[in-house]
Design a protein around this ligand. Sequence first.
Ligand SMILES: [Zn+2]
Length: 79
Amino acid sequence: MLVIFGFKNSTQNLGLAQATCPHCGHRAAQRVDRNKRAFSVFFIPLVPLGSSYSATCTACAGTMRLTRGQADQILHGAA
Ligand SMILES: [Zn+2]
């Protein structure tokens, strides 16, 4: 019996927000993403393995990892 298993990564764009970029130092739009990872069988994600958050600067394309709280702060304009 052949079983195909692996990991599936997916990215969900949560929105754009203005924040100061730690890479270039400019206040620019940051694209905030949630990255989810799951164990999959036959390409169907079955077991979620957690998620992480990241922000990508639209000015310099620098990416930084965020906590969920930091992502919420950026999206609600507190950063
Ligand atoms: Zn930047």
